[in-house]
Design a protein around this ligand. Structure first.
Ligand code: EPZ
Length: 418
């Protein structure tokens, strides 16, 4: 396993372009088996989760090849409707393969995707929605067996705007008989991206980005050549790196409205933000002011995937901050690692009370999950002295070439084999 060695305290300067959004690319790859025609997804980032999704497609019998930075999927020969437990464990968000497999094969079998580092991650909303579409579901010995004769459009109301459940419904409803209306749908930009991708295949989806989505079932879907939106969470991570280190950085490729709440919070910290089209420039100098409160909410609220990074940023700010994590039960596992760097944080349930310290100091810390690991890197970049960050596999799941991109901005970060 590798580790990062980071020399903190260097200002960041320059331009960084965001990768394609991890949380778009994954559902788009799942959607590629809805048709037997060729599908091309452009600029797929070299991240472990995307590689895992490609592996899942190959296990189904589809051809899925990396060509340059793109992935070309030809699933004409796909014949299996089962996803191995090894892959479901590795990539729990593969659960939205259920919708694709049911549309393609009318059957699907996946291992129950267990909880993970950030919470229980139940899938009750997925399963109850699929039942509304006519799917018979049996859970046995840790597996979920789904089958249906016909997928029929239905009215579906989600008790919570689950991103994955909303995506599963779209994938199961696009070729269903009749019309499906989803009330209480997730509104994330990645849902809009999936709608655009599906409509590019000839689907009839409307309303993504609002809490009511309508899907008119169609008979056939054609191939598509599609470029996903860029990764707003990766972009936010680089903006917060510059906020913590000081300097001037321009992040390219992400629409400011896709991270509006973060930009608002960064202005509260005392950063200068200038956003135009898909270019967001941040200027940061001197000690940041703590945000009084950061509360994660479904889109367009503050993203839960930037919560850990916000805690790291506030750890070195002036004053105090209350961080509330409303989406996942245990998304503070990185806090003890931040404490090793001198952070003053008390966690009580879903709330973290941060008292800003003048400066964090370097330490040897271990990533426990994707975004918590990114937060440790950010803290190390701003800390006094050298740090080591272990267990980079978590970070590799969602950030392509984090070390190279940060080095390009002037950070002193090396990746070495342990
Ligand atoms: C997606 O996960 C993202 N993953 C997550 O990003 C992100 O944190 C999350 O949405 C929220 O924005 C991908 O898109 C691949 P949810 P997902 O269903 O779909 C509860 C990252 O770091 N829930 O919106 O799993 C669930 O327990 C990852 O990139 C149910 O109760 O999120 C959680 O508390 C982490 N029952 C809340 O809803 C269900 O059936 C949000 O979950 C489904 C979800």
């Amino acid at each position: 396993m590798d580790k990062f060695i980071i020399d903190g305290g260097r200002r960041l300067q320059g331009i960084v372009s965001a990768q394609s959004a991890k949380n778009s690319v994954l559902p788009l790859l799942a959607a590629s088996v809805l048709t037997e025609k060729q599908v091309t997804i452009r600029e797929v980032p070299a991240i472990a989760d995307a590689l895992c999704m490609v592996q899942i497609l190959r296990e189904l019998g589809a051809r899925a090849d990396f060509r340059g930075g793109d992935v070309v999927v030809d699933s004409a020969d796909a014949c299996s409707h089962e996803i191995s437990s090894a892959l479901t464990k590795e990539l729990r968000s593969s659960v939205f393969m259920l919708g694709s497999l049911l549309t393609r094969f009318r059957r699907a079998v996946i291992a129950y995707p267990g909880g993970c580092d950030i919470g229980l991650r139940p899938i009750d909303l997925h399963l109850s929605a699929l039942k509304r579409l006519g799917v018979k579901i049996e859970e046995r010995e840790g597996f979920i067996f789904c089958k249906c004769d016909v997928l029929r459009g239905a009215e579906i109301a989600l008790d919570f705007p689950s991103v994955g459940a909303t995506e599963n419904i779209l994938l199961a409803a696009v070729k269903a008989e009749g019309r499906t209306v989803v009330q209480g749908a997730a509104k994330e930009p990645e849902i809009v991206d999936l709608m655009n991708f599906l409509n590019g295949m000839g689907a009839k989806v409307r309303g993504a980005g609002t809490d009511v989505i309508e899907i008119e079932g169609v008979k056939e879907l054609r191939g598509v050549d599609y470029t996903p939106i860029k990764d707003r969470i990766e972009a936010g991570t680089y903006l917060m790196a510059c906020a913590i280190c000081g300097g001037e950085v321009e992040v390219r490729g992400v629409a400011p409205e896709n991270i509006r709440m973060l930009l608002h919070k960064l202005r509260e910290n005392g950063c200068k933000i200038h956003a135009k089209n898909d270019k967001i420039r941040i200027g940061s100098s001197g000690r940041l002011k703590c945000n009084r409160r950061v509360e994660t909410m479904p889109f367009p609220g503050f993203p839960t995937d930037l919560q850990a990074q916000a805690t790291a940023l506030n750890s070195g700010g002036e004053g105090g901050a209350v961080i509330v994590e409303n989406l996942f039960e245990t998304r503070y596992k990185y806090v003890p690692e931040l404490r090793r760097m001198g952070a003053d944080i008390e966690v009580n349930g879903r709330t973290a009370f941060v008292r800003g310290v003048k400066r964090l100091h370097g330490a040897a810390v271990t990533a426990g999950d994707l975004r918590g690991g990114a937060a440790l890197v950010l803290a190390a970049l701003g800390a006094e002295g050298a740090s080591e960050v272990f267990d980079l596999g978590h970070i590799d799941r969602g950030y392509a070439d984090l070390q190279g991109k940060l080095t390009g901005l002037g950070a002193k970060i090396k990746r070495v084999r342990v």
